[in-house]
Design a protein around this ligand. Structure first.
Ligand code: CS2
Length: 442
């Protein structure tokens, strides 16, 4: 191979044609592909982008920080539609840091100019205990901000959790109150917790994507991220220290976020979980493949019918939203792997199935559509040796039971209350058999 033909590495200098990098005014915890395709993309597209740089910290591994730092924080978003790909270099991330570097995090939070902290730390991390969790690190840095008297700040949860702003506030508050009541008091008075609904399908980047960018753009970018054209961000809450003009990029600010959160968590994420578990059990690999299977598709539609009963308000346009989802999921140029969605099932099902299931049963209906999501998860964990889940150990233990006892034990990991409903356990048990049996005959 002729070395001279290797394209040069993407750098900020090459990408920005002499424009200075924006100053850090935002900090992000959880530097992954979704942060890059969503919050970093929105910040890049804000009218005042030149004033808002992001310092992004990784979660468990520092790799993403090393790779991004080597190219000055810039990276390419490949927008992948059914018709083709388009490429754009995003410049909002100006610093990429190993999440373990709490010293740097604290230093950034002691700067009065730092006004916003965004989070994509995964659903499961809000309940995680210990000194090295992302929220424990954040509390350490907020203590430094208090001591520096650096003023109020907004914390913006961008994880797929119901009432994510409230969940973040309670978790942060509990850690702070336990560490130092004066810090807890300061957080109550100075930290605004903003709730959001975030949406952009972002499959894992492949080596082929990196090669495609090299060919099409003429540079080597090790931090390429692929995303669908669709993007959505709904936010509710105060930004006492200011924020980027995300509305210029389409973000919407509302007073009551709950209906929007539920629409996204149930219709999109809920359908994803059904497709992931029933799809994997039935031998499919991607969302588009699973959706093309009538059994999986029917399960999605049945769940949507149930969930829709508990989504009100014309502005939600549920029929239009469902139609758009079918098109988004059907985009076969996006290889969104079901295994990526399948992880952390116990946490996700609590948000995606349980509220609809509970609402349906409270109103005297069976909730069989929502129940089938759980049945599909049980069929999946039963067929899988090791699954990634905060309750992986308990799943293994529950799987030592047989028959309906096993179903009840697994259901109890998602919802102890629902597991006491014998009729529901029987319903889910029968559904699970049906999903597995359908696979044999498919
Ligand atoms: C998915 C989400 O992995 C999952 O659980 O349901 O990551 C989904 O792709 C995003 O929320 C889309 O915005």
């Amino acid at each position: 191979m002729n070395i001279s033909q290797e394209p040069p590495r993407l750098t900020r200098a090459a990408a920005s044609s002499g424009q200075p990098a924006p100053p850090v005014r935002m900090v992000h915890l959880g530097l992954g592909a979704f942060h890059r395709s969503h919050q970093a993309w929105y910040t890049h597209h804000a009218g005042d982008a030149a004033e808002w740089g992001i310092a992004a910290f990784t979660g468990r591994r520092p790799t993403a920080a090393d790779i991004l730092a080597a190219q000055g924080g810039v990276f390419t978003v490949v927008e992948r539609s059914g018709a083709g790909d388009s490429f754009e270099v995003i410049g909002s991330i100006v610093e990429a840091v190993d999440g373990a570097d709490v010293g740097r995090l604290a230093e950034l939070l002691t700067a009065p100019a730092t006004a916003v902290v965004t989070l994509t730390i995964t659903e499961a991390a809000y309940a995680a205990k210990g000194d090295e969790t992302p929220l424990a690190r954040l509390v350490t840095a907020l203590a430094a901000r208090k001591d520096a008297d650096a003023g109020p700040i907004a914390v913006v949860s961008c994880d797929n959790l119901a009432e994510n702003g409230t969940v973040a506030r309670k978790a942060v508050q509990a850690i702070a109150d336990a560490a130092d009541p004066a810090l807890g008091q300061w957080i109550r008075a100075n930290v605004s917790f903003v709730g959001t609904s975030v949406d952009r399908i972002t499959p894992r980047t492949t080596p082929e994507d990196v090669l495609e960018v090299a060919e099409q753009c003429g540079y080597r970018d090790e931090a390429v991220v692929v995303a669908e054209p669709f993007h959505n961000w709904i936010l509710s809450g105060d930004f006492p220290g200011g924020r980027p003009r995300w509305e210029d990029a389409g973000a919407v600010f509302v007073d009551d976020i709950e209906p929007y959160e539920n629409r996204k968590l149930w219709l999109l994420n809920g359908a994803h979980s059904i497709l992931a578990y029933s799809g994997l059990v039935r031998g499919h690999a991607t969302v588009a493949e699973a959706l093309a299977d009538d059994v999986c598709r029917a399960a999605v539609e049945a769940f949507w019918d149930e969930a829709s009963r508990h989504l009100s308000g014309e502005s939600l346009d549920v029929p239009g939203y469902r139609q758009a989802l079918l098109e988004r999921f059907g985009n076969s140029r996006i290889a969104h792997h079901l295994t990526q969605i399948a992880m952390d099932g116990t946490t996700k099902l609590r948000m995606r199935s349980v509220p609809v299931l509970t609402a349906e049963r409270t109103q005297g209906r069976s909730g069989s559509g929502a129940a089938r999501m759980i049945a599909a998860w049980i069929a999946y964990v039963s067929a899988t040796e090791e699954c990634q889940d905060p309750l992986a150990f308990d799943i293994k233990t529950a799987k030592t039971h047989d028959g309906e006892h096993r179903t009840a034990a697994l259901l109890a990991l998602v919802s102890p209350g629902l597991a006491e409903d014998g009729a529901l356990v029987s319903l889910i048990h029968g559904q699970q058999d049906a999903i597995s049996a359908a696979r044999t005959h498919a």
